[in-house]
Design a protein around this ligand. Structure first.
Ligand code: COA
Length: 387
């Protein structure tokens, strides 16, 4: 396998409700920004994470359509789907394409246009990533599934309502420094706890929103990056891990434990030759506040049951021992499901390049991303290091 580097990154200008732009427009904007970032005028192939172009905008066959709109005629272009982990998985496919020697310059992108349908239709589209027969037919939605996980975590470990709210307060604080964030406002513990109830104990301020957005990165062999793209810090992809689990919560031994997250993290760390303590900054899948707590435990950043007390203590703040979700996370930056995994890679790349401004983690050299599908049915992790 060849070593692989990230040489270009780009997002569409701002995430949120982009009613005046189509799926092809926002994807192409992000892709051209990534190509401009490294000054390439062609790509050899591309992979696009998208959960449900069909249900959100009535458009499938996205590989061909988006390559054509980008002007990248006739290249191999593949749409990748793994629910909310579609972007992370698209990045992994692009990484393997370059690492294997099949392609030289590859674009990994993600896009979702979720706000062209009403809230009920968006909830239905998202619910297709849960188990239809055993969960959705009985009326459960994603906020409902994560509420069950939250209640189990509170019962098993004594995690408090306030600790869940701390995740939201921290991520909105970080997002307030991110000009691309959908909801770049700060919030307080009281506002989170007292906002509209969605699924007990989760209020609207515990939930990531529905979002229109796109993101793209460009990968190439490390040798080529050193020869032709060394005008910016070169970011190496040193680890990639992917794992799956049952989709339905009832099939798991422990509602509070995300096995796919644990395994994808371990696989990525093993490949990178790193320990979790070597990670300086990470972006994890906080689709609901409880998710960030469970993910930081499953990755081994904290012992089981210590995710809540840790976020409360400030360890995961920017300036803390292990900053988590410096971008604002899914909660504040937004969660266009197919694009989220790619935007996580962009945030860590910017951190390692040292260009994150007010969000910069001083001295960050090694970063990690964790992107999750559904309620933990799939998870993809990557480890990046500045060369
Ligand atoms: N956080 C903060 N504010 C939010 C928000 C969120 N997650 N979602 C919506 N809002 C705001 C809107 O901007 C709007 O504000 P305004 O009145 O000032 O304009 C207001 O709340 C109502 O917005 P609306 O779109 O009507 O909300 P909704 O009730 O239809 O949807 C949720 C709210 C939480 C149900 C929806 O965002 C949701 O389903 N989130 C989870 C998405 C999900 O499951 N993703 C996959 C994860 S696995």
């Amino acid at each position: 396998m060849r070593d692989v580097a990230i040489i270009g990154i780009g997002m569409n200008e701002k995430w949120g409700e982009l009613w005046d732009k189509s799926i092809r427009t926002i994807f192409t904007e992000a892709a051209l920004n990534a190509m401009d970032d490294c000054n390439v005028d062609h790509i050899d192939s591309m992979y696009i994470g998208c959960m449900s172009g069909g249900l959100f905008v009535g458009q499938e066959h996205l590989g061909s359509m988006l390559a054509d709109n980008l002007g990248a005629d006739f290249i191999p272009a593949t749409r990748v789907e793994s629910a909310c982990a579609s972007g992370g998985l698209a990045f992994r496919q692009a990484f393997m394409d370059v690492a294997s020697g099949m392609s030289e310059i590859v674009l990994a992108g993600g896009v979702e246009k979720m706000l062209d349908v009403d809230g009920g239709a968006a909830t239905y589209a998202l619910s297709t990533a849960a188990d239809q027969e055993y969960e959705c037919f009985h009326g459960v939605t994603f906020p409902g599934l994560y509420a069950m996980i939250a209640n189990a975590h509170m019962a098993k470990y004594g995690t408090t309502r306030k600790q869940l709210a701390h995740v939201s307060v921290k991520n909105h604080m970080n997002g307030s420094k991110n000009h691309r964030a959908q909801f770049p406002f700060k919030t307080t513990l009281e506002e989170v706890v007292n906002s509209v109830m969605v699924a007990d104990p989760l209020t609207i301020m515990d939930c990531s929103p529905v979002t229109d957005g796109a993101a793209a990165v460009i990968l190439c062999p490390l040798d080529l990056a050193k020869k032709k793209f060394a005008n910016k810090p070169i970011i190496k992809v040193i680890g990639s891990g992917h794992a799956t689990d049952s989709i339905a919560l009832h099939d798991r031994k422990d509602l509070t434990w995300l096995s796919a997250v644990e395994l994808s993290g371990k696989r990525a760390l093993k490949m990178a030759g790193k320990k979790i303590a070597d990670i300086n900054v990470c972006e994890v899948h906080d689709c609901f506040t409880i998710a960030e707590i469970c993910v930081t435990e499953a990755l081994g950043i904290f012992e089981p049951g210590m995710g809540g007390p840790s976020v409360e203590s400030g360890i995961t703040n920017i300036g803390g021992k292990i900053p988590v979700n410096t971008s604002g996370g899914l909660k504040s930056k937004g969660h266009p499901v197919g694009a989220t995994g790619i935007a996580q890679i962009i945030e860590i790349t910017e951190q390692l390049r040292g260009i994150s401004g007010d969000r910069q983690v001083n001295g960050a050299k090694v970063g990690m991303t964790q992107n999750m599908g559904g309620s933990g049915g799939s998870s993809v992790c990557h480890i990046l290091e500045v060369n």
